[in-house]
Design a protein around this ligand. Structure first.
Ligand code: SF4
Ligand code: SF4
Length: 173
């Protein structure tokens, strides 16, 4: 058995006033900083937004090329690599009237369950088409139900928009 001895306190320490004063000094420092406007407690969100810390990757979204075409070819690599299985893809064909019909595929549906996503970025790394990205500006993810956090294809493209990147395989055709 180990006996932990209580420290011997001097009579000043036994008054507890020094400890009380140390704590009060911190409170006063914050009080003065707040009065002088040095610190802001409340942000008028969403008009005011906090700075995004460096290193924040963002949330996964789908992007289109400069001509507004879907880059995703529904190869499902991201679906297989995703550790928490947050991605689900229903592969489909490019519309018959497209000049690229029967050449390439596109997802009929594409879901990312944001209640499962761990923001690891594997999907972005594995994608051969540079179609899925984690964009740092996508940090305000919320919903009133679990269903609203199941992002479908339309929402993923709306969030991602157009992201010019080197892979433009139809550019010279
Ligand atoms: S960031 Fe990671 S967890 Fe989220 S969808 Fe991509 S692979 Fe899955
Ligand atoms: S986003 Fe990329 S990896 Fe995922 S299915 Fe589409 S092309 Fe394949």
């Amino acid at each position: 058995m180990i006996v932990v001895r209580r420290p011997d306190l001097s009579w000043v320490e036994q008054l507890y006033l020094p400890g009380f004063w140390e704590g009060l000094k911190i409170t006063l420092r914050h009080f003065v900083a707040r009065l002088s406007g040095k610190t802001h407690i409340t942000l008028q969100y969403p008009e005011e937004r906090p700075p995004i810390p460096p290193g924040y990757r963002g949330a996964p979204v789908l992007v289109k090329d400069e001509e507004g075409r879907e880059k995703c070819v529904s190869c499902q690599l991201c679906e297989f690599i995703c550790p928490p299985r947050a991605i689900r893809i229903d592969p489909g064909d490019i519309p018959e009237d497209s000049p690229y019909a029967k050449v390439e595929k596109a997802p009929k549906e594409f879901w990312i369950d944001m209640t499962r996503c761990i923001f690891c970025g594997y999907c972005e790394e594995v994608c051969p088409e540079e179609a899925i990205f984690l964009l740092p500006q996508t940090y305000s993810l919320n919903g009133r139900s679990r269903g609203e956090l199941l992002h479908d294809k339309a929402k993923l493209y709306a969030m991602g928009g157009v992201l010019p990147r080197p892979i433009r395989k139809w550019a010279n055709k």
